[in-house]
Design a binder for this molecule. Sequence first.
Ligand code: ATR
Length: 483
Amino acid sequence: MICLALTGRTLEENYSYVQQYRGSADLFELRVDTLDTIDPSSIIAFSRFVDKPMVLTCRRERDGGRYARTDRTRGTLLVKLLEGNFSFLDIEEDFRKYEIEDQCRKRGIAVIRSIYDTSGTPGDLYSRIDSAHHRGEIPKAEVAARSVEDVITVFNADMQLSHIPRKIIIASGQWGIPTRLLYKRTGSFMTYASPADENAGAPDHASIESMKNLYRCDRVTGKTKIFGVIGNPVMHTASPRIHNPAFHELGIDGIYVPFMVDEVRSFFKLADILGILGFSVTVPHKQHVLPYLGSITREVKQIGSCNTVIWERECWKGINTDYYGFLKPVMDEIEDEHIKRCVVIGAGGAARSVVWALRNHRCSVTIVNRTAEKAQRLARETGSSWVPMEESGSIPEADLLVQTTSLGMEPDTSDALPHYRFTGKERVYELVYKPKVTPLLSRAMEAGCRIIYGRQMLIAQGMLQFESFTSREYPFPDDAVVF
Ligand code: ATR
């Protein structure tokens, strides 16, 4: 079940959420503490008006809520509110009041006993969960995870506490996103979503819309194939919007989840526990994963970085779809030898994939980079030539110019190669995809050059990842949102 927390400041606001999301949420949690005015009779009337099961919660300030009055006042308030049509009461582990428990018993309201610990993952978490269960209550632990190890503790709960049929064990914040999406794998019968925040800059993985329609996390079973992306940061990633809709389109029982990762070694442990079958790798872990791979492709070895890991023949295999994703839009012209002479701007991680891809396909490459030593090093390693940035006005004529630096990426507005004059004959391949047209591309377009956009590579590498995860062709579903 997916529970939507109603955290509006008024009952009217909350009711608008109920109307908007009643098709997606299985139940609602009324957070009485976030209301500006707590009027028991209106709250009771509200509970009777909502035609879905409801959880009653009044969270204290010290537990991260907004209720500032005394425990005694809160106890009296809750006894009164329990006259409403609530299916559950969420109450903290340290708060016991006979009248509340008695009222719940009489009215058939199940008690969710919340275990909080803002200090991280408590060492006695499992025994505290067990005690609540023995009192006939539903234990709920919301762990403040701060590392992959904390997330592992939450996922291990299912193994240790499988005798408790109704429990909720999830982790909060960014680290906790996988536990909220894969709640059934923590043995939880319920997870929590928030209303969609259209103003949020980053994709909101825990919004009700995402949980229900993108991740379809209520459909996850023990058989669901789990994939994901690891990084730090990682929550800005668009990859779940590439892969999840494609699973749905092809009827594949799979889910693709973002994982914040500090220690790659711990993530491999988690991957084992969850039976993860493949994952994308983003900054800063593209090199960190290498020691854990049982096999790597020639490109991964050359480039020294891996962006895709798959479980194949009982071991982890590392591939680099950036390499092939880059080649895809220009491959025909390389094979026809319309592209032979190339210039690459930059000498960092992205440039390594590009230069090796071009060199492996018999193109000549000239590297231009701000730091001359890095250009020189990459040139030596790949058998390319290089020129200092100051001399970029005199770069030899090229069939293809590739821009791999972050120059021109939002919010930056600089031209990556201001002294270069386009002839109009070269193709210009920009790896920056936001904005679609960078200052460099804008000049190239004016000169009449053919343009290859960064999003073409991004989509191509995502498709290749999907194909390596599933052995199926990417179906281009209508609801796949790349940006
Ligand atoms: P990525 O993995 O995206 O390639 P990276 O490995 O950090 O990231 O490489 C960044 C590239 O962008 C480098 O070529 C870097 O030039 P330096 O080698 O001189 O650092 C280039 N770059 C980043 N910011 C730059 C700037 N302000 N001006 C010029 N080049 C820049």
